[in-house]
Design a protein. Structure first.
Length: 76
């Protein structure tokens, strides 16, 4: 069966001495020592999810309407 490719959103931020990568559409996260490692580990986690999850699970968790924005707040 030919694999289909899709693009998903990844937010990567520093946490301690490493980085955490989060896919917003599926709420799946991974981590790594570098940004590149965190991204690669997230890709692997996502591919494993799609290989093993039932279609109903994918449909339930997949949110394709994701918005990333900055919010200005007042800080005391």
């Amino acid at each position: 069966m030919k694999k289909k490719r899709t693009e998903l959103t990844a937010i990567i931020h520093r946490e301690g001495k490493g980085y955490v990568a989060l896919c917003l559409e599926l709420d799946i996260a991974s981590q790594g020592r570098t940004i590149e490692e965190a991204r690669a580990n997230l890709r692997e986690a996502l591919e494993l999810f799609f290989e093993t999850a039932a279609p109903a699970e994918v449909k339930r968790r997949l949110h394709m309407e994701v918005y990333v924005t900055r919010v200005e707040v007042s800080v005391a």
